[in-house]
Design a protein around this ligand. Sequence first.
Ligand code: HEC
Ligand code: HEC
Length: 211
Amino acid sequence: MIRTMALAALLVAGFTVNAAEEAKPKADPAKGKVVAETICVACHGVDGNSMVSAYPHLAGQGQDYIYKQLLAFKSVDGKPAARNNPIMAGMTAALSDEDMKNVAAWFAQQQLKPAMATQEALIPRGQKLWRAGDAAKGVPACAGCHGPAGKGLPAQYPALAGQFPEYIELQLKSFRSGERANDPESMMRSIADRLSDNDIKSVAEYAAGLR
Ligand code: HEC
Ligand code: HEC
């Protein structure tokens, strides 16, 4: 009898959760495309393949990761944004929560054009850091969180494969200086702290060439 009641309670709880899930509107990539076409296109392209390394590729990036970064760029109630970037602060200022979810869904569905590593001399060091880390320096393998092929792991760990090496380098240096500090539990700051300039260049070049 008690077991039956518990089961019934569980079923009711389960039902309520499902009803709440259904009531929540799903991100709509078609609406996101309109945002991309009107605002993001100038720098990231409509399909998230950017033309210039200062503007990261967004095509195929994890939906939750894109949304998290947009939230981080946006300053709310005049408080400093969690991820300080004047350009993206301006871009997110006018976006609603729904816009951010929709545009994240749109870019996540796009196909990233593959890139190639061009600086061959940097590859061996970059590959070592990516696959094995550097135990002597206390650096863990990037692959452990970003995946062996750099595809990332939803929802927390961004894809890096095919990204501009200059952008990866810039972000690693911002984590190292602490200027970018929106990584959960200082995960990236504590790693970047242990990387030399040459380590950063090498691993950025290697990650960019992954596919
Ligand atoms: C005027 C150029 C410009 C426009 C327009 C623009 N961005 Fe950006 N975006 C940038 C720059 C520059 C960065 C890199 C910021 C940094 O270095 O931290 C960036 C970074 C991002 C990132 C972080 C990516 C990552 O890998 O962490 C996301 C997400 C993003 N933009 C989304 C958007 C969306 C969505 C729009 C349209 C609503 C948009 N951007 C419009 C310039 C732009
Ligand atoms: C313990 C897990 C972990 C490991 C190991 C790790 N990362 Fe990360 N990395 C993260 C997380 C989490 C984020 C997202 C931070 C955020 O939410 O803003 C991130 C973000 C990044 C970014 C920013 C990407 C973007 O699009 O803005 C770069 C670049 C990066 N990592 C490079 C590396 C490199 C190179 C290594 C190896 C030397 C590495 N990471 C190892 C967890 C990890």
